[in-house]
Ligand binder design. Structure first.
Ligand SMILES: Cc1cc2nc3c(=O)[nH]c(=O)nc-3n(C[C@H](O)[C@H](O)[C@H](O)COP(=O)(O)OP(=O)(O)OC[C@H]3O[C@@H](n4cnc5c(N)ncnc54)[C@H](O)[C@@H]3O)c2cc1C
Length: 547
């Protein structure tokens, strides 16, 4: 059975492209998968923006891998599992930490600018790592160095067909199998059926669902929402990681991150009274895991009636700070702040979606023909709290595994996807001019205020009611990228609030004010969601104004 798709462009002639492998997303996960797959298959890679507009591009601290002489994959595993607060999938973590060092060495061949001293790679330290193990490039510019090198390798050294400014609206499924994706071209507004034997979802995270986030504008959770509509299992949506040190300047949605590597290099956290406080919460002090640091900060802020604490690097050498953290220092200067001489106001900020599309250790989702890798995926490596700098590593390791699994999957396919046809229904009734930007603001405001770092039952109930009202009110006149993004963000926000309400305990990054304790007996388990089979055919389709 073929399901119907987006009801916006009745009767329009659709373009068509055909690939063996279709990769959706141009961050570390998508580029790694595409470059690897193109050694053997015809590969197309689509991204809704440009290659320098990704979360990968913004990464600062670096990539964790057990490559130092005193390190071992088993030690990296212990740190990861300990940070994960009882919910890591140990098999997946084992894959991550054992295959990680080799993948990082391969990446260094593509991106030779990782920081070295006397020919030796420099290893940084971050919270909850028991020793320095973070490789970095350009000081705190790891993401842009890695992104640029991978994009160049895809453009010049591989046969990947690259399409920028191409927005994926929906996955295409036939007989329950994923056979490609429907896209909207941002330049000419045309729709294209991209048919493929295998589709790799690498669309990144969803930080933009919150009113304040470190994530770029493209991080609207499209991948998780479209996979859910296509019938894939998604899980752990309540585990949204808030980074302890976002720059606390009021009125900005996209917040500057101040990398954890600064605390790794000796910076302190101080409360408004000027006291270091983290030792009172954890013996590791400022280098405890992110969730523990956030809890400490929240307690201090509450006690002092403040909305921020301070990061103090004034005891560190000014010239060295500039050299080691060029991005952070430049960003702060834009706000007239000097890292070497001033206390920097910081507060927890939405940073990373731990939950996502469920995969096994080969990146396979529950929908045949659909793989997922990177932040969009839930491989199980992060448990209830991601260990710093394990995310870029996850994209590298699991995209490589996806590529290795393709032979097995494509080899078994008999049917040629080129012959499938798709029925895009006529446009629905006209909209009522719903205000897209206003809807996005209402949504992010509800998420920030009521589904944020510290959660309570009454707030979560109220948030669900408001998100439900917003979902049923929206009747857009025209469906473009902004409208699809709002609908995807509503799907994500609603699922985060639902799962956060269900989980009546505090674990990892999920903090319930009304259930402050860990409850292993009831809650050492995942919350997995899947659209019921009877809803999948048309209930899972984006229609005008319905999420
Ligand atoms: C400021 C910051 C610093 C960070 N620092 C680190 C760090 O030092 N180390 C670490 O391990 N992690 C870090 N992280 C997290 C890490 O950067 C991300 O988790 C990781 O880069 C995600 O990679 P990805 O390939 O999954 O997604 P992304 O890099 O976000 O790429 C997603 C791609 O999908 C595309 N896309 C999305 N939706 C659609 C759609 N509908 N149609 C078409 N294309 C679409 C986007 O345009 C983009 O090309 C940081 C995150 C932030 C925000």
């Amino acid at each position: 059975m073929t399901r119907p798709y987006v009801a916006t462009r009745g009767g329009e002639q659709l373009h068509r492209r055909t690939f063996d492998v279709l990769v959706l997303g141009g961050g570390i996960a998508g580029l790694t998968a595409a470059i690897g797959a193109a050694r053997r298959w015809r590969v197309g890679l689509l991204t809704k923006s440009t290659f320098d507009d990704t979360t990968t591009f913004l990464a600062q601290g670096g990539i964790a891998a057990a490559i130092g002489p005193s390190d071992s994959p088993e030690l990296h595993l212990t740190d990861t599992v300990q940070a994960g607060a009882g919910l890591c999938d140990e098999e997946a973590v084992r894959v991550l930490v054992h295959e990680g060092p080799e993948r990082v060495r391969e990446l260094m061949e593509i991106c030779p600018r990782f920081d070295k001293v006397d020919g030796q790679i420099v290893l940084g330290r971050e919270g909850a790592h028991s020793l320095p193990r973070i490789v970095h490039a350009g000081g705190d510019a790891t993401g842009s160095e890695v992104s640029s090198a991978l994009a160049e390798a895809a453009r010049v050294g591989s046969r990947v067909q690259l399409y920028e400014d191409e927005f994926v609206i929906d996955l295409l499924t036939a007989d329950g199998r994923c056979v490609g994706a429907l896209t909207l071209n941002l330049a000419d507004g045309g729709l294209t059926l991209n048919m493929a034997m295998v589709t790799v979802l690498a669309t990144g995270g969803a930080g933009q669902v919150y009113g304040r986030t470190t994530n770029p504008l493209v991080a609207t959770g499209d991948g998780v929402a479209m996979a859910y509509r296509a019938g894939a299992a998604i899980r752990d949506l309540e585990f949204v990681q808030f980074h302890p040190t976002g720059l606390a300047i009021p009125g900005q949605q996209t917040v500057q991150l101040i990398t954890e590597a600064l605390r790794g290099e000796g910076a302190y956290l101080r409360n408004a009274a000027g006291d270091r406080f983290m030792a009172a919460y954890d013996s590791r002090g400022e280098l405890a895991s992110r969730d523990v640091v956030v809890r400490g900060m929240v307690a201090e802020m509450r006690e002092e009636g403040s909305d921020h604490v301070y990061l103090d690097a004034t005891h560190l050498d000014a010239a060295w700070l500039q050299e080691r953290f060029p991005r952070v220092t430049a960003g702060l200067r834009e706000h007239d702040l000097e890292l070497a001489t001033q206390l920097i106001p910081v507060a927890p900020v939405c940073h990373y979606f731990i939950g996502g599309v469920v995969t096994d250790v080969w990146g396979r989702t529950t929908v045949p023909g659909l793989y997922a890798s990177g932040e969009v995926a839930s491989t199980g490596v992060h448990g209830a709290n991601r260990l710093a700098s394990n995310s870029l590593l996850e994209g590298l390791v699991f995209s490589d595994r996806v590529v290795r699994d393709l032979d097995r999957y494509i080899g078994r396919l008999g049917e040629d996807v080129r012959r499938l046809s798709f029925d895009i229904p006529e446009a629905g009734p006209p909209g009522d001019g719903s205000d897209t930007a206003g809807a996005r603001r209402r949504l992010t405001d509800v998420m920030q205020r009521q589904v944020g770092v510290l959660r309570r039952e009454a707030d979560l109930q109220a948030a669900l009611a408001q998100l439900g009202a917003l979902t049923s009110e929206l009747r857009f006149d025209h469906m473009g990228v902004a409208e699809y993004e709002v609908l995807n963000m509503l799907t994500l926000g609603t699922q985060v609030a639902k799962c956060a309400l269900l989980r009546e305990e505090s674990r990892g990054v999920h903090l319930r004010d009304d259930f402050p304790e860990l409850d292993d007996e009831r809650w050492r388990k995942h919350i997995t969601l899947r659209l019921p089979a009877h809803d999948r055919e048309d209930g899972g389709v984006i229609r005008r104004g319905r999420g």
